[in-house]
Design a protein around this ligand. Structure first.
Ligand code: PMP
Length: 327
């Protein structure tokens, strides 16, 4: 769907996957106005197809557009684009009962040809779909993380809470370092004090303190420089419903390490659309390393995972109206 100032959104089409034409002076190639979203569509036990929290993705994309001075796509167009693509591609939605789903990638970028630095007045919104299996090939085995002390992903007043392509470009070097260090993922610290946990590459983080009836979930507060994950938001709701105390606050690497050592932090997991919930095991930085848990996913982690995936796949009641039936 294209946007031109004055004319608004127009020319919606569904077409076979293939290359797109772009003017060499398209402003996205020079000034980087590019945002995206990620969400999943699940086959339900009755054969229908439903999207998870599609209105939350629509709203987050509008927020990202505003931060990047781009045109805003109305929610009804966002949802309609998904319904129409899924209608055309419904055979690609994997069967119910497995780990698979259809991943959707909505994105938007500036198409106006121009060499001056200013907000563009032409944009294109595109939606592509790809069947998705388990995100981490090792399944729900704990991932290892590298704490990046050298680079930051986002700073106060920056673009960290928008799903802006540039945030990901800026994170690639640290992610490559994490891999060099033998870790699966990078964990970002705040830009000011370089002490507080922000998020993992592509996922938010949650810390479980204590266990059983006394378990508490602590997650970094939305500082303005981390992405407000929709999975994070869903899990905070489900955790409260399960009777866990939930705290959104600052948590430092030092607290993470010392509370693991004291036995207070019993489980840590990362959460996001792609991998849903993944336990975090080994934590490594220039200062050394420590390990959370015994190499197996924790009880609270697995219980929350089962509840969330059950709602997404239609085996648990969707009491929050998170599913939108598309077909
Ligand atoms: N943080 C970042 C940087 C991400 O890219 C994502 C994935 N969108 C998340 C967190 C998790 O967000 P969500 O639960 O909405 O997928």
């Amino acid at each position: 769907i294209d946007y031109t100032e004055g004319r608004g959104w127009h020319d919606a089409t569904v077409q076979p996957y293939g290359p797109m034409q772009l003017d060499p002076a398209a402003m996205v190639l020079h000034y980087g106005q590019a945002i995206f979203e990620g969400l999943k569509v699940y086959r339900q036990p009755d054969g229908s197809i439903a999207a998870f929290r599609v209105y939350s993705n629509a709203e987050r994309m509008r927020r990202s557009s505003r931060r990047l001075a781009m045109a805003e796509l109305p929610d009804e167009l966002f949802v309609r684009s998904i319904a129409e693509l899924v209608e055309a591609d419904h055979e690609w939605v994997p069967a119910a009962g497995g780990e698979e789903s259809l991943y959707l990638r909505p994105f938007m970028f500036s198409t106006e040809a121009g060499l001056g630095v200013r907000p563009a007045n032409q944009y294109r919104y595109v939606l592509i779909a790809s069947p998705a299996g388990a995100y981490f090939p090792r399944g729900v085995k704990p991932v290892s993380v590298w704490i990046s002390q050298e680079y930051v992903r986002a700073a106060p007043g920056g673009t960290g809470d928008a799903k802006f392509s540039g945030n990901y470009a800026a994170s690639l070097l640290a992610q490559a370092q994490a891999v060099e260090q033998g870790c699966d993922q990078v964990v970002w610290l705040d830009a000011v004090e370089r002490r507080y946990i922000e998020e993992m590459g592509g996922m938010n983080l949650c810390f479980i303190f204590g266990s059983g009836a006394d378990a508490k979930l602590v997650t970094p507060e939305l500082s303005g420089s981390l992405l407000p994950g929709i999975t994070r938001d869903s899990l905070l709701t489900l955790a409260r419903e399960a009777g866990l105390e939930v705290e959104e606050r600052k948590i430092s690497v030092q607290e993470w390490e010392s509370e693991v050592a004291s036995g207070q932090i019993t489980e840590v997991f990362a959460c996001g659309t792609a991998a849903v919930i993944t336990p975090v095991g080994t934590v490594k930085s220039r200062d050394g390393e420590f390990t959370v848990g015994d190499g197996e996913p924790g009880e609270v982690t697995m219980a929350l995972r089962d509840t969330l995936t059950g709602i997404q796949r239609g085996t648990f009641a969707d009491t929050h109206g998170w599913l939108t039936t598309l077909r």
